[in-house]
Design a protein around this ligand. Structure first.
Ligand code: PGA
Length: 253
């Protein structure tokens, strides 16, 4: 595990963008896994910059998103499909046929999840999976207690997540009750992981993830078993780490 601590959110965006851009430069037909959330937004802005100002093409890239609310059409402003297109894909030269987001309105959700897995396999597997992390250590919608071997499936949202996400909707009743999410096993199959976290609100989750025992109660702890996990965090997110000399730490915090 490579743990890299940078100064702040701006530095993380710069560095995260450079890592993803380097992957695409090295392998133009890379398969990338993308998260939604506030953490990767600066990384996405950096990728748009690199495309616009350095001419990096994403036309051969294949993408898979981690998750999507069940029941929201792709046009819904709170759908993760809408988030990804408005924040990233609309501003790059991606081939829409190579962009995959889980379809929350699929009639046969179980069948869709199996199909999504098969699409990842057919694409040759994910080269680089970018990840955010919840304050409780969740990955995508794999909340505490999720099987560490899980595959893409429908998961009910916890009451806490429904409550937390209500701020994006007019009323808490409008928050979907379940989501399609890649499983922990699906995420672990990626060749490389890039886990991003900023801010003191993530410090406990990062400490548990990097220094705690591997447990389904903190799903992100599974990254300890990944052969190529790069954890990129800012000083605030690193502030509760006891061991300051993780393999590859760029500087002491
Ligand atoms: P955030 O969400 O990037 O908005 O903090 C991350 C997550 O909950 O996985």
């Amino acid at each position: 595990m490579l743990v890299e601590v940078v100064q702040d959110q701006a530095a993380l965006s710069e560095r995260g963008g450079a890592i993803v851009a380097a992957q695409v430069r090295r392998k133009p037909h890379s398969v990338l896994g993308f998260p939604t959330g506030s953490t990767p937004l600066g990384v996405y802005e950096r990728l748009i910059d690199v495309h616009r100002h350095e001419g990096l093409s994403f036309s051969q890239v294949t993408t898979f998103n981690l998750d999507e609310y069940v029941g929201l059409p792709t046009s819904h402003e709170q759908s993760y499909h809408h988030f990804m297109w408005s924040r990233l894909f609309d501003h790059l030269d991606v081939d829409p046929a190579r962009v995959h987001t889980p379809r929350g309105t699929a009639e046969d959700l179980e069948g869709f999840c199996a199909w999504y897995e098969s699409q990842i396999t057919d694409a040759g597997g994910i080269d680089l999976q970018i990840l955010g992390i919840g304050a409780n250590g969740h990955l995508a919608f794999n909340e505490p207690g999720s099987s560490l071997a899980s595959r893409t499936r429908v998961k009910p949202l916890t009451q806490k997540t429904i409550h937390d996400n209500a701020r994006f909707f007019e009323h808490e009743d409008q928050v979907p009750r379940s989501a399609i999410t890649m499983g922990i096993g699906t995420i672990m199959d990626a060749r490389r992981l890039l886990l991003l976290a900023t801010g003191v609100a993530k410090a406990d989750g990062i400490k548990a993830t990097l220094e705690g025992p591997i447990t389904a109660m903190v799903p992100a702890t599974i990254v300890q078993l990944h052969p190529h996990a790069h954890v990129l965090i800012d000083r605030a997110a690193a502030s509760k780490l006891e061991y300051r000399h993780h393999d590859g730490v760029a500087e002491p915090v």
